[in-house]
Design a protein around this ligand. Structure first.
Ligand code: WTA
Length: 632
């Protein structure tokens, strides 16, 4: 059960073993879990067809590993420690036994509403314990959960419901976000106008708001669990049965449903949780992500709970009631491992050190970062002001498609180097590929980051469209998984992630495809066409810069901007609103009509001196105009 590596020497030995004989390496780890029927083979894969299986023919249910197996030893240990948005409200301590009962009770409620193995259930929820309970209840009965981050719009939710052909939505009347209350049920109602597959909506009463309940469709959470037994047998799942779908943006088209399965995801999230965070039995661990993103799935719910950890779940935001809230919570719950995003670190850094110094952070043993590259300044601030130069900072690189952390420090056991995620975890075989499609073996070169061999929680498919999975991840470099990121490896073999090399923008750690934002902008009646690029943003990492062509240049820029922003908010959600909108008469295009994003990116970055050759453009003159009107 304790899967931890406890020295750098041991890491090196384990790493070598994991490459020399991956099956033996993973078998050793996987057999420590509870299986209903043991697997017959560790791994079977074909990268060309994106056909990947782990723990072949094994039968299990991930929730038996997350809940049941802890009851005897850890029944009274706190599993979820929930901290409310409002600090004057009471926090909740949910023990493993209580969590087991609540999950079973809700599993029975789902069954009573006709949810069966294989059905898809969309969750659109606040960061309350019921969100984790709903995920686990789905998993327990073999239903496939698909959490949609509660900041997405009705249109975005409808797209996800329709793509996954979900039968049920679980939501709440609304959510608390700092000083504000945000409606949720109304967004669901709006989304469902364009969905036909949803039979039931379960509504958790979070705010006591007055909302409309549609008879025959909508039910209150508290009514559905009335009288339900607090035990529920865990459905027998194949290792490769789907556990969840999580939609994420790529460089083209609509967001795709990344699929993870029971067996491999369980093994990898648990193994990485224990090793990266070096969690000890009585520690309190806190990951500040939202369960709407992969980080919350893997490192609030499944990894920590499968390890029997105490996992903090926070309803609110870092800035409420003031910019000291994260540190106050660390002090209040004596947090030992703290895991957050660079964007939060930069935002809090800008608020002044007094918020950090006024809290007692002695309990911290490790602090981590995820979601985007952490710049040197933010890294140093985190290390000095939060970690007091005493504890390790771990920079963890991974992706929704990876399921779990891939490149990172192992607690305090591996060397730290600011802005470098570091070494690959055991079982992970990264490499850098050059422009010529060949592997780069020299040190200090940049290349496209690929992985040579599968790991247990690698993406299995993109829901409903396997071809897309093959094309996106397994086609650019034959027999490799392509990450979409650029990276550099130093002379010691440590990796530094540079950022996306495709048309994905990472805003505050949230992924958006440029095409997806352009579609939203173009849906405004004013707009003829648009091109969106990322630009460096001091807090968000990247900001969204939109170059927009209208029928004619708008007379009133702010009115036109308002309309464009409204379109993006409607199609995707406020989180994808562009910071900068520049109205242009035309976009730079090649003679074949392709938009030259490289040029626009340079302009957005303010690098106008290095634009490069524009003579091959169809319309070179337009570049000068765009440069003149650039927003800085
Ligand atoms: C970026 C989040 C640099 C990267 C877990 C990746 C990072 C994308 C890091 C995945 C890091 C994530 N350093 N870049 N430590 N972590 N990224 O799917 O570009 O939301 O491809 O998963 O975030 O974002 P996703």
């Amino acid at each position: 059960m304790d899967l931890r590596i406890k020295s750098f020497e041991e890491y090196k030995a384990k790493y070598k073993a994991s490459v020399d004989n991956p099956d033996a390496f993973w078998d050793e780890i996987a057999k420590t879990f509870t299986w209903k029927k043991p697997y017959e083979k560790v791994c079977d894969y074909n990268f060309i067809k994106a056909d990947i299986k782990w723990f072949v023919n094994g039968k299990l249910n991930i929730t038996e590993n997350v809940l049941d197996r802890h009851l005897e030893k850890r029944g009274d240990k706190i599993a979820l420690l929930w901290e409310p948005n409002n600090p004057t409200e009471k926090h909740q301590e949910i023990t493993y036994r209580k969590l087991y009962e609540r999950v079973c009770e809700f599993s029975n409620a789902l069954k009573a509403q006709g949810i069966k193995k294989g059905d898809r259930v969309v969750l659109y929820m606040p960061m309350v314990p019921e969100l984790a309970i709903a995920c686990l209840a789905c998993a327990r009965i073999g239903a496939i959960h698909s959490v949609v981050f509660a900041g997405f719009s009705a249109v975005a939710m409808a797209d996800r419901i329709n793509d996954s052909q979900a039968k049920m939505v679980i939501t709440a009347d609304g959510l608390n976000r700092g000083p504000k209350q945000i409606p949720l049920k109304e967004v669901v109602d709006e989304a469902l106008k364009s969905c036909t597959t949803i039979e039931t909506v379960i509504v958790f009463n979070c705010l006591n708001r007055n909302i409309t309940m549609q008879a025959g469709r909508d039910l209150w959470w508290h009514n559905t669990i009335e009288g339900m037994p607090k035990v529920c047998p865990a459905e027998e799942m194949d290792s490769e049965d789907m556990l969840f779908i999580l939609y994420t943006s790529g460089s083209t088209g609509k967001p795709k449903g990344v699929v993870h399965t029971h067996g491999g995801y369980m093994v990898y999230t648990t193994y990485t949780f224990q090793n990266v965070f070096q969690y000890e039995e009585n520690d309190v661990y806190w990951c500040t992500a939202d369960i709407g993103w992969i980080t919350g799935h893997s490192y609030i719910v499944y990894g920590p709970l499968s390890s029997g950890a105490t996992s903090v779940m926070f309803e609110g935001v870092p800035s409420f009631p003031d910019a000291g809230r994260f540190w106050q919570i660390c002090e209040k719950h004596k947090v030992n491992q703290f895991y957050t995003a660079p964007t939060a670190i930069r935002a809090l850094m800008a608020c002044g050190n007094e918020h950090v110094t006024s809290a007692n952070l002695d309990s911290l043993k490790l602090i981590g970062s995820v979601g985007e590259p952490i710049n040197e300044e933010a890294w140093q601030w985190y290390y000095k002001e939060v970690g007091k130069e005493k504890i390790p900072v771990i920079d963890t690189w991974w992706q929704t498609e990876n399921g779990g952390i891939m490149i990172s420090g192992l607690g305090g056991y591996s060397p730290m180097k600011p802005t470098f995620a570091g070494y690959p975890l055991p079982g992970i075989q990264p490499c850098l590929m050059g422009q010529d499609g060949k592997e780069i073996t020299e040190a200090n070169q940049e290349g496209h980051l690929c992985i040579k061999y599968p790991w247990p929680s690698i993406i299995r498919t993109t829901y409903g469209d396997h071809e897309r999975c093959i094309l996106t991840y397994f086609t650019a470099y034959k027999n490799h998984y392509f990450t979409g990121d650029g990276a550099k490896r130093d002379e010691n073999g440590m990796y530094r992630i540079i950022g996306r090399v495709d048309d994905v923008i990472n805003v505050s750690g949230h992924r958006f495809g440029t095409a997806e934002i352009e579609d939203a902008i173009n849906s405004s009646e004013l707009v003829v066409e648009s091109a969106v690029v990322g630009y460096p943003h001091a807090i968000k990492g990247q900001g969204i810069y939109a170059f927009v062509v209208c029928d004619k240049l708008p007379e009133n820029n702010s009115e036109a901007e308002g309309k464009i922003i409204a379109s993006v908010t409607k199609q995707i959600g406020k989180i994808a609103n562009p910071e900068k909108i520049q109205f242009v008469s035309d976009l730079p295009k090649t003679r074949s009509g392709k938009i030259m994003r490289r040029i626009l990116r340079k302009i957005a970055e303010g690098e106008v001196k290095n634009i490069g050759d524009t003579s091959t453009l169809l319309n070179p003159d337009v570049v000068e105009d765009i440069v003149k009107g650039a927003l800085h």
